[in-house]
Every structure is written in structure tokens, then in C-alpha cells.
Design a protein around this ligand. Sequence first.
Ligand code: DGY
Length: 322
Amino acid sequence: MTAPKVFVTREYPEIGLNRLIQECNTEIWPGPLPPSREVLLEKVQGCAGILTMLSDGIDAELFNAAGDQLKVVSQYAVGVNNIDLAEAHKRGISVGNTPGVLTDATADLAFALLITAARRMIEVHQSIHEGGWKTWEPLRHIGWDLTGKTIGIVGMGRIGYAMAKRCHGGWDMNVLYTSRSEKPEANQNLQAQKVSFDELLANSDFISVHTDLNDKTAGLFNADTFKKMKSDSIFINTARGGIHNQPDLVQALTTGEIGAAGLDVTDPEPPELSDKILHLPNCIVAPHIGSATTKTRDDMAEIATDNLINGMLGKPLRCEVK
Ligand code: DGY
């Protein structure tokens, strides 16, 4: 029996790759940048499985280019907003993702962005390099206290809960959240309270976004919502850049409608170097690294490889997106 053809759209941890090389006819896109659309459409031809990254657009055009033998798309991420799920399911193509294993790494990064923004670390670091450290200063570089404040969690799933746990357990913060349903574990363990979106905006000192990007959440944070937030609040987004309207966020940070922001995600990704979001003293931006630790990326690769192999064998995926 000939080994099934697989295309891996980017460099990928060895722990996942070795099995694919052993068990399949695997081609790996070698560069650090994604293949062009044209190349991607060419490479997927005849594949039974495709191992995708969040930067690949996976849609009807790609499925047509791949052909009828395509059985599974295995995404090396938990978020799948780049994949047309309805189209995949219509064609009987399974879609896998990697939930659970990146929870702590992503929550750690959300908290790192919060404390970095609150203590103005980027601004003060830069000031030293510009010769600004002349003496100990009583009234300069003053930041935000974290202890006892209120954190608003938008999306109390696994990562939202892990962020809330850090804020409540480590910094005695009150936890407000929005979510489709009540979260008894958060209510009980973190004394968290489910509130309306407007209540969360009005009463949170810090807001951290942990929801999916979908039709309902695209542009959720915009000129109107930033106006409803406290003027010294800090906005954190480690989910997807499309959840905030970036020009509106720049405006809110510039005019003092909100105090600061920490972003691991932008819209688009990457932003142009001239994008104002990269040049504000009160905004720290990371290049979408929430899951970027060795163990997390290895664990993600094991799941993504299992998903791909199971899907090609017609078995249930370890983590299937329905
Ligand atoms: C995800 O998994 O969706 C993250 O954004 C990248 O690891």
C-alpha cells in the first residue's frame, strides 16, 4: 500500500514530524515564512492530510485544489478561524486542533503583558537607553498597582480561567467575566461573577480577552467599547487581533480613553512597521507567542500529528473541531 501524501505547511517540532516522515509520504515547507497561496494550492494536490498553521487560509479553493482524497486538516493551534469549517464538514473532511496543552503558557503570557504594561517596562527600558536614568526619581515612571484590582475576563474557557486564577490567587483580584454560560468552577474557586459585557467594561481595571474570533466577536473592542472602559484601564489581548479594532485601539490609547494595552495578537499579523500600534509608549506588542514554550509546542505537535494520522486512517481524531 502506498503511504498517504501529507503536506506540512511550515517547520514543525521533530517530535511530531518524525512520525509523519516514518508513516506518510510527507513534504514539509522548509522556510520560516509560509508558502505563497499559489505554492500552497500546488503542494496540497493529492494530499490525504494537511498539517496547517493559523496563517494558512483553508477554504473551498484549497479543498478543490487538494482533491477528493483529502480526509483531514490538522491545525497546529487551538484557534481555527483561518479554516472554513462549514465547507470542510460539508465535504466530509475532519478538522483537528490542539486545545488544553497551551493553556498555562498562554495565560502566563497574558499575565506577563499585564504586569509589563502596568509597570511601563518597555517605556522605562527605552528611557534608560536614551540616557534618561540620571538619578532615583520620586515622581517619574509611576505605574499601576495590581493587587486587589478587578480583572474582567472576556471568555471564561480554559485560558480565561487560567488567567483569572493567576490574578485572583496571586494578586487578590476580583474576577468578573462574560461567557455564554455560568462557570461554576470559576464562581466557586475564584469567587468570580458572570456579568453583562457593559458591566464588565465599566467595572474592570484590567480586561483580558480569551474568546474565539467569530462573527460575534470580530471588532468587539471598538471606539464604542473603549469609551465604556475606565480611563486608566489596561486592555490585554492574547486571543486574536480581529477581536479589537486596531485603529480604534490606537485612538483610545492616544487620547487617554484607556490607560495602556498589551497585545500578543494584532490585526493584521504582522502589522506594517509603520503601524501606530507599534509606536505607542503605552502599548506593548508581542509577535503571537502565547504558546511558544518548548513543552507546549511539543505537546501541540503530538496532538496535531495524532489528529492527522487518525484522520487519514478514518479513526476519531484526538481533538476534533465539530
Ligand atoms: C492558538 O493555538 O490558537 C494560538 O493562537 C497559537 O498557538
